[in-house]
Design a protein around this ligand. Structure first.
Ligand code: HEM
Length: 341
């Protein structure tokens, strides 16, 4: 091989290497984009999300016992957060707006439910001080929790724009603190209400008759018999008890995430907490309507504790017979239930 051939071959090899080099240069950046290293190069959050799968995580290192706090970015989080700002938010709005629409229609069609006969002027004890204390502890705390919870879900989009950042952040910070602490008062009120009323809320044959007659809610002058609580109230009682228990359990887990388990568990508890809160709010708005402006004479039961005898006869006829029978026979459990003129 002469010198010229040798030089030609050397140049050819260099050419091939150069071509490979060019290919290499054009391929490498695309491949590197798939392997982002946050500590070695400056990256945007978006490119990290794009590069990772939902179940992957960008992790750092921590020396504290809570290893989960080393998670920096987890693409699963934004997709979970979107259920909170999507599903839970929509359900909450639907519950409040839906209840207002349904009750407005009910009011327009049926009107306020009045006592058909005149008020007798005779008062009968319906709820003792302990029952009223349990009810108002549960009711007052529930209303605070519902309003502060609703603010966490819809506040940023619906309240912030007209309240402004300063005022909104103040009420949201205090609302969050209130939500964390008032939850305990709700649990106490719920437990007390359950204990004082559970015996009166066991379903029985009388309830079937009440349901068959639409509870007398749909037609004027219809008064199906009922004991202390009618079938509709029993439904409210059990929804409050079971929904309240679910809210208490999931709320407890969210307050103490270290007890709750993994990140997936917290997300599950938060989702259930939001869905149950929306559902129970719908029921309770309807309850508040009937217990106040929707029915003549109803509020007194939880206000002073005493109701008019004719109101009681129309809405809870069997209960009136029961307590009057007990009062006549001198049963001490009926103390205070006899008419006080
Ligand atoms: C301003 C709000 C509220 C008012 C005016 C109100 C009114 C009433 C009244 C008048 C009663 C007795 C009905 C009767 O004599 O038969 C009652 C019962 C009851 N309340 Fe409330 N309430 C309110 C809020 C709440 C809340 C927030 C809850 C639950 C978280 C609740 C749960 C119950 C339960 C379980 C009963 C017994 C079952 C029933 O009557 O439906 N209440 N309420």
């Amino acid at each position: 091989m002469n010198m010229k051939t040798l030089v030609q071959r050397f140049v050819a090899v260099l050419g091939i290497l150069a071509v490979l080099g060019i290919v290499g240069i054009s391929v490498t950046p695309a491949a590197q984009a798939q392997q982002i290293n946050p500590t070695a190069q400056s990256v945007t959050e978006e490119s990290l999300f794009e590069a990772l799968q939902d179940d992957q995580m960008v992790e750092g290192r921590v020396s504290i016992p809570d290893g989960l706090s080393s998670g920096l970015i987890k693409p699963g989080n934004p997709s979970w957060a979107s259920t909170h700002t999507g599903l839970v938010r929509n359900l909450s709005i639907a519950a409040v707006v839906g209840a207002i629409v349904v009750l407005t229609l009910f009011y327009m069609i049926r009107g306020k439910i009045m006592v058909d006969g005149k008020m007798s002027g005779i008062r009968i004890l319906r709820f003792t001080a302990i029952e009223r204390f349990a009810h108002w502890l549960m009711a007052g705390s529930f209303i605070i929790l519902a309003l502060t919870g609703l603010n966490l879900v819809v506040g940023r989009t619906m309240i912030l724009p007209w309240l402004g950042e300063g005022a909104f952040s103040t009420i949201t910070i205090w609302g969050k603190i209130a939500h964390n602490y008032v939850g305990w008062a709700f649990m106490l009120g719920l437990t007390l209400s359950f204990l004082v009323w559970v015996a009166h809320n066991i379903p029985n044959k009388v309830d079937a008759e009440w349901v068959a007659q639409g509870g007398g809610l749909l037609k004027k002058g219809v008064h199906p018999p009922a004991r202390k609580f009618n079938a509709g109230q029993k439904v409210i009682f059990w929804l409050t008890t079971l929904g309240g228990a679910a809210l208490s359990f999931t709320g407890f887990m969210l307050l103490f995430p270290i007890v709750a388990g993994t990140q997936a568990d917290w997300q599950f508890y938060q989702l259930i907490h939001g869905i149950v809160a929306a559902g129970l709010s719908f029921v309770i708005i309807a309850h508040i309507y009937i217990g106040s402006i929707g029915m003549e004479g109803a509020f007194d039961a939880m206000g002073t504790g005493e109701v008019d005898l004719n109101w009681a006869k129309e809405h809870h006829s069997l209960w009136v017979e029961e307590v009057q029978g007990k009062a006549k026979s001198g049963d001490s459990s009926a103390r205070g239930t006899q008419p006080a003129e």
